[in-house]
Design a protein around this ligand. Structure first.
Ligand code: ADP
Length: 186
């Protein structure tokens, strides 16, 4: 994987705090849309037709073809991806070949935010596995407009990543507070 600077691998951190097992999970500061991985994960909304935050950044970088591909995804009453599920489209002009779209919980409204956050990460990684992909990069799903507290989200996201030791999972974190929350959760 051609990673952007500021890589901080769990392997290195674990060695520092004397953990014995290694998993291929890495933390990065910066822009998810620049990642050269098989798939980046979009923090989408259920309609999957673009939005703000990382969703908007991904659509801008991928080009108009991405929203057209999203329109082709089966919709039930306008919902293409319910919370906790995942869908896949090509990455078009992104360096990543694929975009996995998942919908995290709206923290203040979801009936069980931790469970939905687990399912959003797990279904994304299951989809990557089923497509034979080997490297996947996530943003901090639900930690922007959806209001999930960083220090609660980080251990959940990392815990699910550890369920998939055969995948290279990266977290690309925008801003120092988000990076610090993921680092602390290690
Ligand atoms: P959600 O609606 O799931 O909360 P947001 O896009 O509002 O999604 O925010 C999710 C996280 O993605 C936030 O931490 C936000 O700062 C971050 N983010 C926004 N743009 C980017 C980007 N280009 N690369 C990585 N992370 C980003």
């Amino acid at each position: 994987m051609g990673f952007i600077p500021n890589v901080c691998s769990i392997k290195q951190i674990r060695r520092g705090v004397n953990y014995s097992d290694d998993v291929p999970v890495t933390l990065h500061r910066g822009d998810l849309t620049a990642m050269d991985v098989d798939a980046i994960v979009n923090a989408a909304n259920p309609r999957m037709l673009g939005g703000g935050g990382v969703d908007g950044a991904i659509h801008r970088a991928a080009g108009r073809e991405l929203v057209e591909a999203c329109r082709q995804v089966e919709s039930i009453g306008g919902v293409r991806c319910p919370p906790g599920e995942a869908r896949i489209t090509p990455g078009f002009r992104l360096r990543a070949r694929w975009v996995i779209h998942t919908v995290g919980p709206v923290y203040a409204r979801d009936p069980d935010p931790p469970e939905t956050l687990v399912r959003a990460h797990r279904s994304s990684l299951q989809l990557a596995t089923s497509r034979g992909l080997s490297s996947v990069a996530f943003p901090a799903i639900s930690c922007g407009v959806y209001g999930y507290p960083l220090h609660e989200a980080a251990p959940i996201a990392l815990g699910v990543a550890r369920e998939f030791p055969d995948l290279d999972v990266a977290f690309v974190l925008f801003g120092d507070a988000t990076f610090a929350a993921w680092e602390a959760a290690l």
